[in-house]
Design a protein around this ligand. Structure first.
Ligand code: PHE
Length: 341
């Protein structure tokens, strides 16, 4: 019997050394120590021993069991460590592989130009304000001295929201002149950028939605020379100190006198080329001295105060600035186009 036990010990320890994984090890535990296991089978024969032999064999059997159990634990720990090692190997991340580059976004060309414009005017002491795109007819037209019947009110040009024409999508940022003058008293110095809407078909130079920036200065003793100096300064900062501008008489209902400002073509310097369509000059904005009637609508005394206003197209300025020939490019959001700026 002692031999039997020794054989079991030897075989069990050797087999456990060979165990490839925890399932194999568990099978060995059942084989040797389980209820129907080999060690149990030997112990069942203890009854046949003499009373003197029994405790001796008992001791041997316990020692064999203890040896096997100890070895089981040791091999179990070894296998677990091996499994962990294999798992770590399989899941290893190579931190030396170069990363996927993150592409940084940047400002839209229109935002670049608009931000520059705002900066130029903020430097000159202007405040940036914003107002509603859905506007009352009275602000867009009547209080800007475009009485009922004025051609600019035509249904074919304006997106009216109500049947009675009292609410519309603003066709210009000029209503902001009235909104500001109604709320503040001079001195006033603001610029008001934002979206405006007109019933235009989309083509290379037109869009039913575009952007303007309105400017307004009201104070005592403001003259046309302030208007000219201020706008010339804007152009020189935007397009370079050697830019040349000219003012042409024009008509707007809410300014008197009114003018348009052109900048000399920077391609041909006035000679005439494709960029300026042979004109030598490129139209940039409308402006004028605030009409006394508009001041009166806003309860500002035209005898005491005067002012100038201007409205510039942001798309147009952006196209000039970056030599973009088609307005639609600004709205299509094609990354191949936008990433060039
Ligand atoms: N609102 C005018 C336009 O859209 C531009 C303008 C603004 C003219 C302010 C004079 C003064 O054409």
């Amino acid at each position: 019997m002692k031999e039997q036990l020794e054989i079991i010990r030897r075989e069990a320890l050797a087999a456990m050394d060979e165990a490839a994984d925890s399932q194999a090890l568990e099978a060995l535990r059942v084989k040797y120590l389980g209820k129907k296991g080999e060690l149990t089978a030997v112990l069942k024969q203890m009854g046949k021993l003499s009373p003197e032999e029994r405790p001796v064999m008992g001791q041997v059997a316990n020692a064999v069991r203890a040896d096997i159990e100890e070895k089981l634990e040791a091999v179990k720990a070894k296998l677990a460590a091996k499994a962990l090692e294999a798992k770590l190997q399989a899941e290893a991340v190579d931190v030396t592989i170069p990363g996927v580059p993150v592409t940084h976004g940047h400002k839209h060309p229109m935002s670049i130009v608009l931000d520059e414009c705002k900066d130029i005017f903020v430097e000159m002491g202007f405040e940036v304000v914003e107002g509603p795109e859905v506007e009352l007819e009275s602000y867009n037209f009547t209080k800007l001295n475009a009485e009922p019947g004025h051609p600019s009110r035509d249904w074919s040009d304006t997106f009216y929201i109500t049947e009675d024409s009292s609410v519309l999508l603003r066709t210009q940022t000029s209503p902001m002149q009235v909104r500001v003058m109604e709320q503040r008293k001079p001195p006033i110095r603001i610029v008001a950028p934002g979206r405006v809407y007109r019933k235009d078909e989309v083509d290379a130079t037109h869009s039913p939605m575009f952007h303007q920036m309105e400017g307004l200065v009201v104070d005592e003793g403001i003259t046309m020379s302030d208007l000219k100096g201020c706008l010339e300064q804007m152009v020189k900062k935007l397009y370079g100190a050697d830019s040349v501008v000219r003012f042409r008489p024009h008509h707007f209902p809410f300014t008197e006198p009114s003018c348009e400002m052109d900048v000399q073509c920077f391609e041909c310097h006035g000679a005439g080329c494709r960029t300026c369509k042979g004109e030598g000059w490129i139209e940039l904005l409308g402006a004028g001295m605030v009409h006394p009637k508009v001041l009166e609508y806003c309860n500002i005394d035209p005898e005491k105060y005067s002012g100038f206003a201007f409205g510039v197209g942001v798309e147009r300025m952006t196209m000039r600035r970056f030599q973009i020939s088609d307005l639609r490019l600004l709205f299509e959001n094609d990354i191949r186009f936008l990433s060039q700026f």
